[in-house]
Design a protein around this ligand. Sequence first.
Ligand code: AR6
Length: 175
Amino acid sequence: MEKEALERIEILRGDITRLQLDAVVNAANTSLLGGGGVDGAIHRAAGPRLLNECRKIGGCPTGEARITRGYNMPAGYVIHTVGPIYSGRAQDRKLLSSCYLNSLKLAVKNSITSIAFPAISCGVYGYPVEDACKIAVDTTCDFLKENRTIKKVVFILFSEKNHAVYQEYLKSLAK
Ligand code: AR6
């Protein structure tokens, strides 16, 4: 069961805006009006129609997710989620896990079968990647065990270091 879920998870290194999947996840902020990091890259790649659609949504609380179209990106949809700003408190873990869970639930609701996540909260928001990686992979794995409609989940890391952290963790689970 665990093995079957793990087989649907893929780790890549690169730029999420170039992925041709049903959806890519954006590590946004509560305004949903764009920013730096992966959020800036997604808005640049998708073009101004993305900001226009985001404006109509009117924001998103931390831990929740909202969906828009992908516009000029190869991905059909963007799922915007807002990670916690790392504080070292227990609530960080719960909120970060909710980001993955709510994004996956929204994907299923929209008949999305392939989806990519960046390392939510691991940039400007300061979450230690070793902890964040476990939360990302464990939450996704638990979800995939119960859900058959999502065929592929990609974790795409920008830096070599983060890529190595994810690969190591996946390797340890496959044993
Ligand atoms: N593809 C994949 N990963 C990327 C890309 C990319 N094109 N660009 C950056 N990353 P961050 P956060 C990685 O800061 O910590 C924004 O201003 C990056 O190396 O983008 O959740 C929002 O508007 C890092 O590992 O997101 C919010 O205000 C990871 O993506 C705030 O930043 C996440 O880093 C959210 O902060």
